[in-house]
Design a protein around this ligand. Sequence first.
Ligand code: UT7
Length: 329
Amino acid sequence: MMYECRVAGTGRYVPEKVLTNADLERMVETSDEWIVKRTGIRERRIAAENESTSDLGLEAARMALNNAGLEPGDLDAIILATLTPDTYCPAGACYVQHLLGAVNACAFDLSAACTGFVYGITVGSSLVRTGLHRNVLVIGAETLSRFIDYTERNTCILFGDGAGAAVLSRAEEGSEARTLDHYLRADGAGTELIIMEGGGARRPSTHATVDEKLHFLSMQGNDVFKFATKSMQTLIETALERNGISIDDLDLVIPHQVNSRIIDSVLRKIDLPKDKIYLNLERYGNTSAASVPMALHEAVEEGRVQSGSLILLVAFGAGLTWGYNLVRW
Ligand code: UT7
């Protein structure tokens, strides 16, 4: 027997420290004008020295649980989507599980870069729908600032730190609110386009890998830009087609927050009105796996997602990976 799964609560946490475009002007050869025009970003958050990915994720998780009216002990699973875990071993999700006191939950990380939260909702929803689990916490959290080279203007202007979370629960019988459709894809032909090459099994950390700055995230911006634009458009079109719905049926699209030019270009191509897209990248930049759940939580808080709303979460990123979740709220 299959069950239905719904989103029971969301949460978000961002570190206090703000890094503005004016701050970046003092660090690399760039300008507020260039950054705003080319990306739409004005500022991002940076984790404090004593904060790591699990700390950010923990705060978002607590808020999501509270909003779902659940206790940590009610959780059956914790999925942490991140490309910046506290440690590669053990999984970052285990730190969250312990700090949260989720004594009945299994915990694991999910590595799908900026698409991580959308992958996580797909896995979590599947666990709930099969009946194996009743409550699954999906977190997207990143401390990207630890992996960014702040002398490299191509990347340091884009990325920021933060966390978002959602609790997935078995839906009561007859509930209209539920996850409706999931779609995930990957293309490993694009592994080199966004990569943190050092520190893994292929290039274990040595003085040389550090000297070569291979522990930092590197990105071929132009190629990624083209991939992002194409995949975002394809994802929205696929969601409409697969579910026999039109743009009018969608209440809100919550895309990975990466660059306002990517979003504007997609809006023009598919005739999606601007008020149907949620954007907060101006304040946070690109927070990878945290970007969609942070935006989702803010959209809920602002009343842009309400009971009965049909929403589409869309993400794309390193791997390459891309995917969507269609959800009735
Ligand atoms: O979440 C993972 C997914 N990531 C993405 O989707 C990122 C997608 N890519 C982008 O958002 C854009 O490619 C960037 C924002 C990274 C770069 O914007 P662009 O419009 O593609 O710039 P560009 O790399 O083509 O560079 C244009 C010019 C160059 O100067 P010249 O050669 O025309 O003289 C760059 O050197 O802008 C220069 N430039 C900058 N100038 C001031 C590049 N970065 C900067 C900068 N400030 N930060």
